[in-house]
Design a protein around this ligand. Structure first.
Ligand SMILES: [Mn+2]
Length: 344
């Protein structure tokens, strides 16, 4: 498979510098090699254009409308992401977008949707990212991108996806949310997205969560031995997943979905998260379906890393993704994806 890395050196959605260094640091530690290990052809497109940012910029007062912070810069970043992701898809590549913070989705989701129709969203995150200017206490856009992607929020952000189909709420899955503020709670209910918190996700297991996202009604169709060994999915299991009725998946991996024990190097730690094997299995199952169209990773701030734990955890997840993508070979890039069918 052809994979294209797109760096987004932006911390503009936050008031903390650090996330903008993550693409460069992951490259230094072998990002291309992590994804190449299964024989994929990986090219690194470098970083998209992002307005430069320094300490003075980060603490600048909110922009006028709605009290949003850095909205012009986030919008500029997201437009750059949309163009780069679109170009990668047009070139037959699987874009792997490396943030940065979660606002990368404001550009990445419509880039995918404009080409392949409404997106099924697998959003791994300790937070809801579901605020709008009306519900946000901080005005920070890093708490709003999931809502903006769905079309709710400041028009300077939502406009970036206005010309593409929006994700359907019943196919938008927040996975691992465990630090939800009142705006998140309100909007998760109001927008009627699916929320699978860490505990319920863990109770059902990452394989079952993946099957739910993919719309495979019965995990029973997956042989037990394949459940335990995602990197070596047997052909029958891969075929069952590939036949899933939801062919257009956006996989968003906020590193804070991991427990701080395994990933202390994030913008905002929240206890009680997944371990790397759980995320690796979930991401692996999704990627083994052949239906993942764009992958984003965000919210790592490696200034806070301890003993390379965060780096090692991200590598574990990417290794699983690479192996799972290899298991389906060229299915992903076949020109005509199956048409969408009604949700199960
Ligand atoms: Mn997030």
């Amino acid at each position: 498979m052809r994979i294209r890395i797109i760096g987004v050196p932006s911390a503009w959605g936050t008031r903390e510098l650090g996330a903008q260094r993550t693409p460069g640091l992951l490259r230094e530690h072998g990002l291309v090699d992590w994804l190449s290990r299964a024989g994929h052809q990986v090219d690194d497109a470098g970083d998209v254009d992002v307005p430069p940012q320094g300490e003075a910029d980060i603490w600048r007062a909110p922009d006028t409308k709605g009290g949003l912070v850095h909205v012009a810069e986030v919008a500029a970043m997201a437009r750059s992401v949309r163009a780069a992701v679109g170009a990668a898809l047009d070139d037959g590549c699987l874009p792997v977008v490396v943030g940065g913070e979660c606002s990368v989705c404001i550009g990445a989701v419509p880039a995918l949707a404009a080409r392949r129709g409404p997106v099924t969203v697998a959003w791994l995150d300790a937070h809801g990212d579901m605020n709008t200017p009306d519900t946000s206490a901080s005005g920070l856009i890093t708490g709003m991108p999931c809502a903006a992607m769905l079309g709710h929020g400041d028009p300077r952000l939502t406009a970036i996806g206005d010309d593409a189909p929006r994700p359907e709420p019943e196919r938008t899955f927040l996975i691992g949310g465990r630090d939800l503020d009142p705006g998140d709670v309100n909007n998760i209910a109001e927008f009627a997205i699916q929320h699978l918190d860490t505990e319920s996700s863990r109770a059902s297991g990452p394989e079952q969560v993946a099957m739910r996202v993919l719309g495979v009604p019965e995990l029973a169709v997956i042989p037990p031995e394949a459940r335990a060994q995602i990197v070596a999915l047997d052909p029958a299991a891969a075929a069952a997943i590939a036949a899933a009725p939801r062919p257009n998946v956006y996989l968003h991996f906020d590193v804070d979905s991991l427990d701080p024990e395994f990933a202390p190097g994030v913008h905002d730690q929240v206890a009680g998260g997944f371990d790397p094997a759980e995320v690796a299995t979930l991401a692996g199952y999704l990627c083994a379906s052949g239906h993942v169209g764009v992958i984003t990773v965000a919210s790592a701030n490696l200034d806070h890393d301890v003993d390379h734990r965060t780096m090692d955890s991200v590598r574990t997840v990417f290794a699983s993704i690479a192996d799972a993508l290899a298991a389906v070979g060229s299915q992903h890039t076949r020109p005509n994806h199956r048409p969408l069918t009604p949700a199960c």
